[in-house]
Every structure is written in C-alpha cells, then in structure tokens.
Unconditional design. Structure first.
Length: 340
C-alpha cells in the first residue's frame, strides 16, 4: 500500500510531516510518497530516515496553499500545489490514499475537484473521532458543511456507521441524531425532518435523538449533525479537555506536601487520561463521501499525529471503506441532486 502525504501542509511542515512518515513506515506495512518541495524534504530524509529510506519517496510539487488563501480558487489556480498533486496521485492510481495537515478548506476542495464524490453522495463529510468513557464516538459532520439538508445528514449517518464498523471494529454501531432532547418531536425543522428518514434506513442501527452529554458518556457510537454544530461541539470538547488537565495540574501544584506526594500514586492514571484526550493519538479525520481515501489532520499536527493519520489511511484502504460506502448508498436508494 502506498500513501501520499502532503509534506508542506500544517504549522510544522515539512519536518514534523517527514518525521511522522518515517515513524509510520517503521510501524506499518506500507510505503509513503511525500509530496512537496524536494529541496526541503530530501535533506530531512537523509538526516532521519535511516533503514526505511527505501519505503519513502519524494514527489516534487513547486507550490503550496496557505491558510489565508481562498480554498476553491487556490486549488483551481495552483495546479502544482502539494495538496493538489497528492490528490492527483490517488486519482491516477499511483497512491491509495491522501493524508493532509494544511488548510481544511483546501483539502476538501482538492478532494472534491480531484477525486469527485461517490455516486449518490451529495456532500462529503468530515468524520472526527471523539474519546468517550467506553471508547470512541464518531462525530460528523465536524466542519465540511456548515449548512446541511436532511438528506445530507442521512448520508452522513450511513457513512459514519460504515467507518465505525470497519475501522473501529464496532459491531452494529449505534447511530444518533444530535438534538436538544431525546423525544422524536423535539428539535428544529432540520432534525424533525431528518428523524423519520433515518428510521427508514436498513443499513444502520439508528437509536433516535441523542443529546450533547451522550457523546462523552459513550451511549452513542456515531452522532450526526450539520458542520456548524459539529465544529462547535468538537472545539468545545478540545478546549474542555485541555482546561480540565490544566485545572488538575494547578490544583496539585497549589496543594500541600501530602497532596503532592499522594498525587504521585495517581500520576500513571493522569498520564493515561492525557493520552486518551490527545488528538494526536487519533491521527486525523477521514473525509467520507469522496471517491478515495482522504485523511484531514489538525493544522498543528506533529510527528505522532501524522504517523497515526497514515495508519488511519491504511485502515480505510485495507478495510475497503470506500467500497462499502458505495454499496450502502446504492442499497438505501438515497436519491440526490448532483448539484446539491
């Protein structure tokens, strides 16, 4: 398997991207193609790659897309941008999936223009893993589409369920519609219209409306909402997790000697908690609905996050997630207008 990685995207490119790629090929059975400025990438590979150098190659791309550039315009104009070239390698069949840590907007635009949508999918969706008390909940959409119609949410439910089953290994994942109450008659026009459509699906295990507190509790495996709400939920969760860890540190620091000594006993547990809440452990979020494996990473991703994102890309290809989505969308007979 060969994964294309945009080596120029993200806050710490290209060094952390290169280091993550090196760790990935050491740990997983795959090859990586680093796409970007070869004059900056090659010296890093020569310095760090060592015995795995034969499984990492460089594909030169002379342009990059910055965070402040308009995604759609830049993807169309900059034909030799690293994210555009990496996507093209998958479209042409040279690589099996893409990993990108730069502008989310540019990544989505490159995937849409370069790979296209799976037949029947109106809009791709970003599926973000969120840790909970019992495992992981997949939140979608987490930012690709701030405004969604009911059919978009229905398709997200199908795609999220497939990802949860085949990549996370959850049998019959519980799918919930994010709402302000569990009752079927609760919500706004969007959720009220979406609920009966989800009930009709045969390929998912729809458990009804769920509330925000159900996500960290782990009572739902896949939660569906529009990208505006999803992104707010995601950023709130990230901020809250960080704040809790900081409060714990400050409480221990400001306590007496006995408390500080006692805290040493719970240090391993705190380290385990920090690891579970660390987004780098989850790598990246798949862009589901495009016709190819595509993983979007946090802009501040370092080597560990890139390594795990490459792992996710490997799992998506290995488990044939794209093929399963294609089959389920066709089976459900979800009719879409290709212009929406």
């Amino acid at each position: 398997m060969k994964i294309a990685v945009d080596a120029m995207g993200g806050d710490f490119a290209p060094e952390e991207i290169v280091l993550g790629a090196i760790e990935a090929v050491k740990e997983y059975d795959l090859e990586v193609v680093l796409v970007g400025d070869e004059n900056r990438i090659n010296p890093l590979l020569q310095k760090h790659s060592g015995p795995v150098s034969d499984r990492i190659s460089v594909y030169h791309a002379s342009q990059t897309i910055d965070m402040d550039e308009h995604p759609g315009v830049s993807v169309r104009k900059k034909k030799d941008a690293s994210i555009v070239v990496a996507t093209r390698l998958v479209k042409e069949g040279s690589c099996d999936a893409v990993v990108a840590a730069g502008s989310t907007g540019a990544a989505v635009a490159a995937a849409m223009f370069g790979l296209g949508r799976i037949k029947g999918v109106a809009r791709p969706t970003i599926a973000t893993p969120i840790p909970n008390l019992t495992g992981t909940t997949i939140l979608l959409d987490s930012g690709a589409n701030v405004d969604c119609k009911p059919k978009h949410l229905v398709q997200s439910a199908v795609m999220g369920s497939i990802y949860s089953e085949y990549v996370l290994g959850i049998e019959k994942p519980r799918v919930g519609l994010l709402n302000i109450g569990e009752e079927e008659n609760k919500g706004n026009e969007q959720t009220l219209t979406t609920f009966p459509l989800l009930k009709q699906l045969t390929t998912i295990n729809f458990i009804g409306n769920v509330e925000g507190r159900d996500i960290p509790k782990g009572t739902v495996d896949v939660v569906v909402c529009d990208g505006f709400v999803g992104n707010v939920v995601l950023k709130l969760g990230e901020g809250l997790a960080s704040a809790i860890m900081q409060l714990i540190k400050e409480a221990i620091k400001g306590s007496g000697l006995l408390t500080k000594i006692a805290s040493l006993a719970v240090l391993p547990a705190l380290k385990g908690l920090k690891k579970k809440l660390d987004y780098a452990e989850y790598g990246g979020a798949p862009l589901l609905g495009v016709d190819g494996g595509f993983i979007i990473c946090h802009g501040s991703s370092k080597a560990k996050a890139i390594k795990n994102a490459i792992r996710v890309a490997h799992e998506i290809v290995e488990q044939k997630v794209i093929e399963h989505i294609r089959d389920s969308i066709a089976k459900e007979g979800i009719v879409t207008n290709e212009n929406e």
